[in-house]
Design a protein around this ligand. Structure first.
Ligand SMILES: *Cc1c(COP(=O)(O)O)cnc(C)c1O
Length: 495
């Protein structure tokens, strides 16, 4: 499989090269040729274990890697608290695909357990001598998941920047108490956008210099890397196989998937699975109040010129969904000039429109519904009251979208709702939903929820406040580059 840029530059990279590089020189994203997807044998996966399924999917996309079984083993062995890695459970007449059994209790673990292994293997197998330094701005979930993933991976180091006071107390403690010789987290006085801009500036200012002077390659762990996308394709097959095993469907029967969406990475993986032959009927895109994607799917106009809301499903608070670019590439018939133009219009005017024919194609697979914060809390309460099943805010947004879709599109086929985080990561909203009184200590809310529901607190969220805080630095935005240099100079990252 060869990877090229969505924006038309002539680069043609192998998977290992694309994983190491992350983003194309023209600013586009690396994409495989989806026409090749029909060669994949989807049905052959149905009797396999999750690890074996991952091996098949990885081998298909990452075909120049040596030792895929070893890579899958190192990515997942012992890291998830469920033997199936991404188990499905039956809730009412729906299936919930639980993606939160990893080391940080959010779905990003599935991809961020594999990406560091893919990066360090690419480096080793291509005979590169440089060390890799990952710089990541986070609004909460990605930071800790990336720190866990890169922890003590040889030849890699990671620095996570988070907005001071801009992440939840649970998320902050997850990062400041993280283990690993080669990881750092630092709070920045500014909001998430400032932090992200700061990281981009470091890339622009230091990439060359660090390469020549320190033998370090800068890279990023965010979801535009093809090495983050591929692992997410696997669980769509896994969920379908679970329905088969329970006798709910026969192979070939269509299934809907409902996906709580932010940067469009997770749902794009579902689209790829469908192109690979998995019998998917609709992909239901669940949005919160930042519903730019819902409007896009309904009208064909992407317009980010609108208010930005901080909601109780913060991992979906996003107005520019990077991975949508990969869908545009495919829907336009790989028209890179069109993609480039649209992305330039987005940059310049915050807005672009797709032609009617493309919109029609889009709507053949995608539908979308949005959910406000009040309804999100109500949904958590309802699902708990009716089924005794506890969901987080992001999953609640998806659950409600599935209900709306059922009313409007008919519920002729099974619906798999992707559950992207443990309810314990967002205790405020969950307490409100369950009628638990607010306590002044954010972490005692976890015990309160446990007492009320009996649902186990994920091990990695227990006793967070009793672990030693390793990273307590707070810096100004302007100090970010010098902070990076200091960490490098300490010589501790690559020992
Ligand atoms: C990142 C995230 C999402 C959104 O996934 P995308 O791939 O960015 O669309 C949804 N829920 C949770 C809990 C997340 O952390």
């Amino acid at each position: 499989m060869r990877y090229r840029s969505t924006r038309g530059s002539k680069e043609l990279l192998s998977a290992r090269e694309a994983v190491l590089k992350g983003i194309a020189e023209d600013g586009g994203l690396f994409v495989p040729d989806t026409a090749d997807f029909s060669a994949f044998d989807a049905e052959a996966l149905m009797t396999l274990s999750t690890e074996e399924m991952a091996q098949r999917v990885f081998s298909f996309f990452l075909d120049d890697y040596e030792d895929i079984p070893g890579i899958v083993q190192r990515a997942y062995a012992g890291k998830f608290d469920d033997a199936e890695i991404t188990p499905s459970v039956h809730v009412g007449d729906r299936t919930v695909l639980e993606l939160f059994h990893g080391p940080t209790a959010a779905f990003k673990d599935v991809a961020l357990s594999a990406l560091p292994v893919l990066m360090s293997e690419a480096r080793k197998q291509l005979g590169k001598q440089e060390n890799i330094l990952i710089l990541t701005a986070t609004s909460g979930d990605t930071g800790k998941a990336a720190m866990e993933g890169f922890r003590d991976v040889p030849g890699t180091g990671i620095i996570v920047f988070y907005p001071y006071g801009g992440v939840s107390p649970v998320q902050q403690l997850q990062m400041t108490t993280a283990g690993g010789r080669n990881v750092r987290a630092v709070a920045v006085r500014g909001n998430f956008d400032d932090t992200q801009t700061g990281v981009k500036k470091i890339f622009a200012a230091l990439t060359e210099k660090l390469h020549t002077e320190e033998n370090i390659t800068l890279s990023s762990a965010n979801s535009i890397n093809i090495g983050r996308l591929v692992p997410q394709i696997v669980y769509y097959f896994k969920a379908y196989a679970s329905l088969l095993q329970r006798g709910e469907i026969r192979y070939g029967d269509p299934v809907d998937f409902t996906v709580p969406t932010g940067n469009f990475g997770d749902i794009l993986a579902g689209y790829y699975a469908k192109k690979m032959g998995l019998p998917v009927r609709k992909l239901i895109l669940a949005a919160n109040r930042n519903n730019v994607l819902k409007d896009f799917i309904r009208t064909g106009v992407y317009d980010k010129n609108r208010p930005f809301y901080r909601t109780n499903s913060p991992s979906m608070d996003i107005l520019v969904s990077s991975n949508l670019e990969r869908l545009l590439y495919d829907l336009s018939g790989q028209d890179t000039a069109f993609v480039k133009e649209s992305m330039e219009a987005l940059q310049k005017d915050g807005c672009y429109r797709i032609p009617a024919q493309m919109l029609e194609k889009l709507q053949q697979t995608f539908v979308s519904y949005d959910t406000d914060e009040e309804k999100t809390v109500e949904t958590i309460r309802e699902v708990y009251d009716v089924y005794g099943y506890l969901i987080d805010t992001h999953t609640a947004v998806a659950w409600n979208a599935a209900s709306e879709a059922g009313k409007k599109e008919g519920s002729a086929c099974p619906n798999v709702v992707l559950s992207t985080a443990s309810a314990y990561k967002f205790p405020d909203a969950v307490c409100r939903a369950l009628g638990i009184e607010e306590s002044e200590n954010a972490l005692s809310a976890l015990d309160d929820i446990h007492e009320k529901t009996g649902v186990k607190v994920p091990e990695n969220l227990q006793n967070l406040d009793k672990r030693p805080v390793r990273f307590s630095d707070v810096i100004e935005i302007g100090e970010m580059p010098s902070y990076v240099k200091e960490v490098i100079q300490s010589g501790e990252l690559y020992r």
